[in-house]
Ligand binder design. Structure first.
Ligand code: PRP
Length: 179
């Protein structure tokens, strides 16, 4: 275990097994539809690549980058689009793939934005859901795990851009972010 962690919350094996289950559900729900799977950079990148490789049905890939500066910390919920999709989504089935939903600001903004472009459907697939932190109502259609209100890092999740490449998800020691 990384020395900056207090404990491991989700092991590599636990994450892997859940990713397989989510992929199987997506395969069943989107059979014959070739959904557009949208990766929200950067935190969801490992979840996204593992999930898509576990799926058997054909999918298309695209990427978006969002700056949620202040979004979780204040009440404005201001979200800024840094990189947009490279394709049109009119009439398409879209699945937004996220690492974590916290206040819900980022995903509710994204859902609104994508819905305004006339897709057939927009659903959310998130590995972690911090329900207790929700400020705006938002349902996660495909959820990996409920997540306690802890500072979690690894498997894409960072603190100051560190720990993203850990293969598991752990709880960061308070001493690391309170010094
Ligand atoms: C995280 C996560 C979501 C957002 C969720 O991204 O990937 O996009 O925060 O928080 P919310 O529900 O309060 O809006 P972050 O801003 O940490 O960027 P990153 O993915 O590049 O690490």
């Amino acid at each position: 275990m990384h020395p900056d962690l207090e404990s491991i919350m989700l092991s590599q094996e636990t994450i892997g097994a859940r990713v397989q289950e989510l992929a199987a559900r997506l395969d069943a729900d989107y059979a014959g539809k070739t959904p557009l799977m949208v990766c929200i950079l950067k935190g969801s990148v490992f979840f996204y690549t593992d999930l898509l490789r576990a799926m058997k049905e054909p999918v298309e890939l695209d990427f978006m980058s969002i700056s949620s500066y202040g979004a979780s910390a204040n009440t404005s919920g201001e979200v800024r689009l840094l990189k947009d999709l490279g394709c049109k989504i009119e009439g398409r089935d879209v699945v937004i793939v996220e690492d974590i939903v916290d206040s819900g600001y980022t995903l509710s903004y994204l859902k609104r934005l994508l819905h305004s472009r006339g897709p057939a459907s927009v659903r959310i697939c998130a590995l972690l859901d911090k329900v207790s932190r929700r400020v705006v109502p938002l349902d996660v259609d495909y959820k990996g795990f409920d997540c306690a209100d802890e500072f979690v890092v690894g498997y894409g999740l960072d603190y100051a851009e560190r720990y993203r490449t850990l293969p598991y998800i752990g709880i960061l020691k308070r001493s690391v972010y309170e010094k």
